[in-house]
Write a protein that binds this ligand. Structure first.
Ligand code: FAD
Ligand code: NAG
Ligand code: NAG
Length: 470
């Protein structure tokens, strides 16, 4: 380690964005002895007031956990979360049933408060001597000839830092991406969904969880849904995903309560009617944005986009943060392969990561349909049974899509092609099945039709001749 540290110690990297991905990525560089300046637009959230019941929960799974383990943070983070082992589906008539996420005991995802997670990662970063964190520094530009990044600080002064490279981990409205587009041709597509979201809170009831804690609760209603994730303080962060046109139709307290009463009757009693109305009229529906961009790196190899800045997605596969964390693992694989040559590693990262991030953006959209609608269909449960059965028989050959995405590190685009292959196999199996049944039915029909003639023929022609022979 010490030799490597000496080799790398001359390098300086500027990471823009001290959110989830940026803070973790800083720890990756620090582990390999590379100096990092981490710049965050907002003040230090660890010193800010806590707003209760106003926190997004993150579902952390394999890819994210492996990245945390790389910098020895996994245990700390996992200790601050709650395991979820299955989906709990709430039907209209208030009956419930659960659908396990996987087939093995370690197939669980972890619910963790976004703010706690961000605070823990910033604390980890601040403990490492070769990371300098600069809060209230807004990225404004990169001078690629002199390798100088500039920022506006809290008092509005322009400040400059030299660095070998800039990494944009600054979220879906990335300023680094905008800067890259001034020097390089970068294709960006951005889409806003019709579906927006709003958060509610299910508080603890007599010091207990209001519902079973180790589940991700879902109220699927085809065009929209409500979900709830457990917190360690025994509350549930509850999110309504609803088309904006329907949000706009709910104008009065009665509209809102009728809507909730009609579609989520049991949730109404958990959240409370007063709280529903208060929250609904004091908050604004939030949009969901997907972003794809290509390439993720500049040709000079001095700028790189990671996390939401490169690939923001719908939250329905719970892979936004997990993929933002996995980006670090992929980048450091490339850095090690290229002896920590930044431009070479950035180019190599861009070569493989773009198609994987495009794939997870598309898969996240697919999972919206699965969560809101498909889980209510009988065919979905049959497919799940077949998948799990084949997975048990051939654990390396037939892995269900959800398992691949959530509990393995199989590259996302490969998850997609493997699933397409499974679909084709099942389609062929179904055709063969139909053909076989058709053949049996047809054979029976043909036999029944010709049987009298055959019997007659034997009686008239074959038997007499046999007799003659005898
Ligand atoms: C409702 C919802 C639920 C979600 N649930 C999940 C889930 O269960 N699991 C999951 O894996 N993902 C989930 N996600 C996605 C996840 O939140 C993001 O993918 C993740 O936060 C991306 O991390 P990031 O570091 O790239 O960006 P962010 O965490 O957004 O951080 C970007 C940082 O950059 C800073 N910044 C912005 N501009 C500048 C600038 N000019 N200069 C300096 N700093 C700047 C911002 O202040 C911010 O701190 C969810 C998202 C939403 C909206
Ligand atoms: C941008 O998109 C166009 C049209 O699809 C394509 O021809 C071009 O190669 C893309 N450029 C990059 C840098 O990916
Ligand atoms: C990024 O990767 C794509 C292939 O995925 C390649 O066509 C493109 O030239 C690469 N761009 C850079 C800047 O490395």
């Amino acid at each position: 380690m010490s030799e490597e540290t000496n080799l790398q110690s001359a390098k300086v990297v500027a990471i823009v964005g001290g959110g989830l991905g940026g803070a973790l990525c800083a720890c990756f560089f620090a582990k390999h002895g590379i100096h990092v300046h981490l710049f965050e637009l907002r003040p230090d959230i660890r010193t800010q007031k806590v707003v209760k019941g106003r926190s997004i929960n993150m579902a952390l799974s394999r890819r994210g956990r492996d990245a945390l383990a790389y910098v020895d943070c996994e245990t700390t983070i996992v200790n601050n979360g709650i395991a979820m082992r299955a989906r709990m589906i709430h039907d209209l008539d208030c009956t419930k049933h659960s659908i396990p996420y996987g087939t093995r005991p370690d197939h669980e995802i972890l619910s963790i408060d976004r703010r706690i997670l961000n605070e823990l990662l910033l604390t980890e970063a601040s403990h490492r001597p070769n990371i300098n964190i600069h809060f209230q520094h807004k990225f404004v530009g990169w001078d690629e000839d002199n390798k100088i990044a500039s920022f506006d600080d809290a008092s509005g002064n322009r400040v400059e830092f030299s660095a070998d490279a800039v990494i944009g981990y600054d979220g879906c409205h990335s300023a680094v991406r905008t800067a890259m587009m001034k020097t390089d041709a970068i294709n960006v597509t951005q889409e806003y969904f019709d579906t927006y979201y709003m958060e509610f809170c299910i508080s603890p009831q007599s010091n207990q969880f209001a519902m079973e804690p180790n589940y991700l609760h879902i109220w699927p209603r085809h065009q929209f849904m409500l979900i709830a994730l457990p917190n360690q303080d025994m509350s549930f962060t509850t999110t309504l995903f609803l088309p904006i046109s329907m949000f706009r139709k709910l104008k009065t307290a009665d509209d809102v309560l009728n809507f909730f009463g009609q579609y989520f009757p049991d949730a109404v009693s958990f959240i409370g009617t007063k709280e529903i109305v208060e929250t609904f009229f004091s908050s604004k529906p939030q949009p969901l944005i997907t972003t794809k961009c290509e390439p993720h790196a500049t040709y000079r190899g001095d700028m790189l986009l990671m996390g939401d800045a490169a690939h923001s997605m719908a939250p329905f596969y719970a892979q936004g943060m997990n993929s933002a964390f996995e980006d670090c693992i992929v980048l450091f694989d490339k850095l090690r392969e290229n002896n920590f040559d930044l431009p070479k590693a950035f180019a190599s990262y861009n070569d493989t990561r773009v198609r994987d991030t495009h794939a997870i953006v598309d898969l996240s959209m697919y999972n919206h349909r699965e969560m809101t609608h498909l889980v209510t269909l009988r065919s979905f449960h049959w497919r799940k049974k077949i998948d799990n059965f084949l997975y048990r028989l051939f654990p390396h050959w037939w892995i269900p899509l959800y398992t691949m995405v959530t509990f393995t590190r199989i590259p996302y685009h490969q998850c997609m092609t493997l699933r397409q292959r499974q679909d084709r196999t099942l389609q062929i199996a179904r055709r063969i099945g139909y053909t076989l049944v058709g053949f049996l039915v047809a054979r029976r029909f043909v036999w029944n039709t010709i049987k009298p003639f055959v019997v007659q023929f034997i009686a008239d022609e074959v038997l007499p001749r046999l007799e003659i022979k005898k």
